[in-house]
Design a protein around this ligand. Sequence first.
Ligand code: MG
Length: 294
Amino acid sequence: MIRIVEVGPRDGLQNEPTSIPTRVKSQFIADLAEVGLKEIEATSFVHPKAVPQLADADDLWPMLSGAKFSALVPNSRGLDRARALGVDRIAVFTAASSAFTEKNIRMTIDESLAVFKEVIDQFHESQPNGWVRGYLSTVFECPYAGPVSPEQVKSVTESLFEMGVDEVSLGDTIGVGSPKDVAAVHQAVRGFDQGKIAWHFHDTRGTAIANTAKALELGYTIFDASAGGLGGCPYAPGAGGNLATEDLVYFLEREGIETGIDLKMLAQASLPILEALGRPAQSKAQLAVLAAHK
Ligand code: MG
C-alpha cells in the first residue's frame, strides 16, 4: 500500500509572499481531502513573523476535516499553540547538513535535535498516541556546503528515531538527485524500518519521478508531494520545487499502483491557489489532464 503525504498547504505555500486568505486555503485543503488525499500537512505553528503566510494556523486548524492532518511545530511555543488546538500529528524539521540548518533555522543539527527532543517529549505528555514526523532535508546535497554523505543522513535519521519520531521524511531539498543518489542513501538507511521512511523529492531538475521509481523498486512506500507542484525552491530562483502530486499520482496509477485519488479532480484543486499567486500550472500531468477536460 502506497501512502502519499500531501504537503502543498504547508511546504508549498510557506515561501510565498502573496498572502492567501484563510478561507481559500481551507477550501483548497477540503478539496484535497475530497479528491482522496488521506494525509495532508496543513500548516505550521511557526512564529508568524518568520513565515507570515502561515500566520493563520490557529484559525485554519479548526476548519479542517476529512483527512489526517498534521502541522509543522518548530519549538515549544509552536507546540503550545498546537496543543491548545488538540493537534495530534506534528512534524519537526532538520537537515543532514549543518550549514543548511544554521542558515534556515539558526541552529546546528545537534541544537535542532535537542529542541525537538523537548518538543516531542512535551507533545507525548498531552498526546500519548500522537504521531510525529521528522523532516530531514538536504539528504543528497546542501546549497551551501555541497554534497552530503549518506552516512550523515543515516546518523541524523538514527537520532530522530531515537527521540521517538514515528516517521522520517528524506528530502532532496534542492532537487539535484538522481536514482544513483537514492540508491546510495538507501544503502545507508537500509537498517531502519522501511515502512517508516518517506521520500520527499523535488522536481527542480526533472528527476523526481525517476527517483520515485527507484525508491519504489527499493521497496519504499511513502512519498511526499505537493498539489499543483506548489512550492518554488527558494535556493534556485525560478526553478520548480516540490514534486507535483498530479505527476506522482499519474505515474503510480500508470504503473498499476492504485492511489484512490481522482486525478481529474486533483488537477482542479490547486487552480484557485495558483490563480491567487499569479502562477501558471507547471505539473505536466496536471496540464495534460486540464487540457483533456477543457
Ligand atoms: Mg519540499
